[in-house]
Design a protein around this ligand. Structure first.
Ligand SMILES: *Cc1c(COP(=O)(O)O)cnc(C)c1O
Length: 348
């Protein structure tokens, strides 16, 4: 078996959802963000586990992501599309009973004309300048939107992973002003916003990364373990190079293991000569460049040649590994998504 195995602990995922849910009042509904195929872990399996735990609102980026979710969960839970109602989406939104979060006057017009009476939500721009109606646009569009009865009004924080940033309070103030007096459920907090406390919670929260074991939810349980098979082990003599470009050279006798995963599997190329893989709890440094299908690892200090090494486990979180590639846990997880790994689910 040459392919690596991505072990996904659905019980840990559910425990993380419950822990985030417990941080807000009982009156606050905790949803779940399952975009990008559930942050690379399989949206259908992830959503079904969270549905059984009690989640009823699932957020995705684009309508195309909904088919697998609807199939996995059935007609009951709400699926909200944060990218809104795009040209060509109308049939999917109708057939799969999706709730588009309308981001502009253009999207509002498209939705109300194509699917009159079909549920929708509104996304407001409270300062991030990425998605949603800006304050002046909302002022003009509000009467029309409110007459149609939105399911949810949401906005997104730009700096929720930096609780001390004054941007958070500024966006909170703007969101409060834009939604003042409206009798519609509101949502502002993703994982970082939940951790910042009750004034950010409103009626619905939308955690993503924290469910999957990533920062800023530092107390999250690890959800993923990535075990990569060792294909071959060799002894490299002092002065001999390893890998493309000969960027690493042995300065003493070294045992090098060649593992079956590379940048074609989401092992980011910047990790060459920087990241470590683990034999249980023993770190083993990557030596040489990351290839498309292979990495090379120094295992000189191990008593026996291992059958596999772990790139992610209880000893190395997605954020630990991200540090070796100057990126964030989010990118590590989603990079694994389109990969050749076998996914193995435990729990639920
Ligand atoms: C991705 C995303 C989320 C989830 O954010 P996390 O930081 O992963 O919890 C919530 N809302 C919006 C609009 C998003 O784009």
């Amino acid at each position: 078996m040459g392919t690596a195995t991505l072990h996904i602990d659905l019980d840990a995922l559910v425990a993380n959802w419950r822990a985030l849910d417990a941080m807000s009042a009982d009156t606050v509904e905790t949803g779940a963000v399952v975009k990008a195929d559930g942050y690379g872990l399989g949206a259908g399996r992830v959503a079904r586990a969270l549905y059984h735990a009690g989640a009823r609102r699932f957020f995705i980026a684009v309508a195309e992501e909904a088919a697998a979710l609807r199939e996995a969960m059935g007609p009951d839970p709400q699926i909200l599309v944060m990218g809104g109602h795009m040209p060509g989406d109308t049939d999917m939104i109708n057939d799969l009973h999706l709730v588009p979060m309308l981001n502009s006057i253009e999207q509002m017009t498209r939705h109300f004309e194509a699917l009159p009476g079909h549920p929708f939500g509104i996304q407001l721009d409270s300062g991030m300048n990425r998605l949603g109606l800006e304050p002046a646009e909302w002022e003009a569009a509000k009467p029309i939107a409110m007459a149609q009865g939105p399911e949810l009004i949401m906005s997104h924080l730009a700096c929720a992973d930096e609780p001390e940033s004054e941007m958070n309070a500024r966006q909170l103030r703007t969101f409060l002003e834009m939604t003042e007096g409206l009798d519609v459920p509101r949502s502002l907090a993703a994982t970082g916003g939940i951790l910042m406390g009750p004034e950010y919670h409103f009626e619905v929260t939308r955690p993503g990364i924290g469910l999957y074991g990533g920062l800023p939810f530092a107390d999250a349980m690890p959800v993923v373990k990535l075990s990569v098979p060792v294909i071959q082990v060799r002894d490299v003599a002092p002065g001999e190079p390893v890998g493309y470009g000969c960027t690493w050279t042995a300065d003493e006798p070294t045992r090098v293991a060649t593992l079956s995963a590379g940048y074609g599997d989401g092992v980011i190329r910047l990790m060459g000569n920087t990241a470590v893989a683990f034999a249980d709890d023993v770190p083993c440094p990557l030596v040489g460049r990351v290839s498309m299908d292979l990495i090379t690892v120094d295992i000189t200090h191990l008593p026996t040649a291992p059958t596999h090494l772990d790139l992610l486990s209880e000893y190395q979180s997605v954020d630990d590994l991200a540090g070796a590639a100057e990126t964030i846990g989010y990118e590590i997880l989603t990079a694994l998504g389109g990969s050749r790994y076998r996914r193995r689910y435990a729990g639920r």
